[in-house]
Write a protein that binds this ligand. Structure first.
Ligand code: UDP
Length: 259
């Protein structure tokens, strides 16, 4: 089965083009890598601007959006621990890296005239609000974009797991996982030109086929909470809007067995 608007609650307002979003509240997982753009490291301003524009198109359609941002463009705990830094310290460094990304993304979003709040799982009151789910929901209801930073505040986890957790906590209808390719493939499409894209997979199929969508903790959390995941390419212009309008973009992962 593919992403089918008829299967989803029709809750969003109708846009000026007569189209109605199929989701009213979403969590977007953005990896740190997504911010690097043409740079070798760190944050590319033009990429940030383009991502903010995609977010704006969704906000303008009345969809509530919370973003969980990664930190892999700056520090990953596992990588840095191979260079001699203790793993737990490395993980906290990684969580702090997500805050740097969150602040830069907030800046790009606010430059386009949207309201945006950063909430962090690690207390840093001068920089970000604490993550309080009811407050997140309140911001979303007021039309603000919320960026959730600091992972979920514990080492040995990833921001994918954080995104799965937060999506369930704030009652999102879907977790959108932005990647560099347009969905989940049978093999790495960059290395293998014969690789084909799945339009749909069940959680169990992802696990048994050993497909790398997100880590297993994140995937299992989505499975337990029946949280659908859509894996898609955010860099393709207008793709985020296509997803929320129910177009068959990327790969959808949910509990249904693929027909
Ligand atoms: N991290 C962590 N706990 C969390 C989330 C993140 O320890 O709940 C650390 C971990 O070291 C991770 C780094 O923060 O490698 C950056 O997050 P992630 O690798 O998920 O970022 P992404 O790959 O999405 O850019």
């Amino acid at each position: 089965m593919t992403q089918d608007a008829a299967d989803v609650d029709v809750t969003g307002p109708v846009g000026s083009d007569g189209r109605r979003p199929v989701f009213s509240r979403i969590v977007l997982k953005l990896s740190g890598e997504a911010l690097v753009g043409s740079e070798a490291y760190g944050i590319d301003m033009e990429t940030l601007r383009r991502i903010a524009q995609q977010i704006q198109r969704v906000v303008e359609r009345g969809v509530q959006i919370a973003i969980v941002v990664g930190g892999g463009n700056i520090v990953r705990g596992t990588d840095i621990s191979r260079h001699g830094i203790e793993r737990v310290t490395g993980d906290y460094m990684g969580m702090l890296a997500t805050v740097i990304n969150a602040l830069s993304l907030r800046d790009a979003i606010e430059r386009l005239g949207m309201q945006c709040r950063v909430q962090s799982a690690i207390a840093m009151q001068q920089v970000a609000e604490p993550f309080i789910p009811l407050r997140t929901i309140r911001h979303l209801e007021k039309g603000r974009v919320v960026i959730l930073a600091g992972g979920h505040g514990s080492p040995f986890f990833t921001t994918d797991t954080t995104a799965a957790l937060r999506a369930a906590e704030i009652g999102a209808e879907v977790l959108l996982k932005a990647t560099q390719v347009d969905g989940i493939y049978t093999a790495d499409p960059i290395r293998d030109p014969t690789a084909t894209r799945f339009a749909h997979l069940s959680y169990l199929e992802v696990l048994t086929r050993g497909l790398t969508v997100m880590d297993n903790t994140a995937l299992t959390l989505c499975m337990d909470n029946k949280m659908p995941i859509i894996v898609f390419d955010l860099h393709a212009e207008g793709n985020l809007e296509r997803v929320i309008l129910g177009e068959p973009v990327g790969t959808r992962v949910d509990s249904e067995v693929t027909k």
